[in-house]
Design a protein around this ligand. Structure first.
Ligand code: AP5
Ligand code: MG
Length: 192
């Protein structure tokens, strides 16, 4: 199963991907997590990305595509993956499409988690207290939501036009949202 999770910052992509990974037995690929690992390791890429991420802007498409190609070259993606945090603009969506076609593994489904901005801000404020992620401060959250609306929201349309999009209500308990996602992808799982 090759699945991409779409949704604004705080919509629950990472939370649900962790559960889906167990359920579908495929790896969870989060470009945010990959970048945070580079930052933590102090690699040249991490040094470059650190400030950009902290203020809530997007890291360059070239860096992201390189990271993704590298990740897809690992054997654990042979049976599929859950992608979280990529693509984040139309150029990335086209690049991913090309990459997956080249390796003969087209996307099966795109699931959009829908949550209104007020609740997103509340969730991220909660995580700021619990985890202290460098981009969960109010100013960076505002920026991330702006970047999402301007650059990432068009990606939803991209997958809709490709007939791969299902939209899921992301408000509710973790179990409720999980069940909705499983129901949303059931038709494609039967085919695949
Ligand atoms: P990334 O790590 O992808 O962050 P994000 O998209 O801003 O999303 P979050 O991780 O904040 O939210 P989420 O949807 O995963 O929600 P979560 O499950 O954590 O990217 C970070 C940065 O890296 C970017 O800003 C950019 O700089 C860079 N980057 C990454 N990818 C890139 C790319 N492709 N191109 C360029 N740059 C890139 O949940 C959030 C909180 O809500 C948690 O505390 C959780 O416990 C809680 N929660 C979740 N679900 C529920 C629920 N149902 N009820 C109550 N609380 C809930
Ligand atoms: Mg996340």
């Amino acid at each position: 199963m090759r699945l991409v999770l779409l949704g604004a910052p705080g919509s629950g992509k990472g939370t649900q991907a962790a559960r889906l990974k167990q359920h579908l037995q495929v790896p969870h690929i989060s470009t945010g997590d990959l970048l945070r690992a580079e930052v933590a390791a102090g690699s040249p890429l991490g040094v470059q990305a650190k400030e950009i991420m902290a203020r809530g802007d997007l890291v360059s498409d070239d860096i992201l595509l390189g990271m993704l190609e590298d990740r897809f070259s690992r054997p654990d993606t042979a049976n599929g993956f859950i992608l979280d945090g990529y693509p984040r603009n139309l150029a990335q969506a086209a690049a991913l499409d090309g990459l997956l076609q080249r390796i003969g593994q087209p996307m099966d489904a795109a699931v959009q988690l829908e949550v209104d901005n007020e609740l997103l801000i509340e969730r991220l404020a909660g995580r700021a207290k619990a985890e202290g992620r460098s981009d969960d401060n109010p100013e960076s959250v505002r920026k991330r939501l702006e970047v999402y609306d301007a650059q990432t929201a068009p990606v939803i349309e991209f997958y809709r036009q490709h007939g791969q999009l299902t939209t899921v209500d992301g408000v509710g308990t973790l179990d409720e949202v999980f069940t909705r996602i499983i129901e949303a992808i059931a038709p494609v799982r039967e085919v695949g």
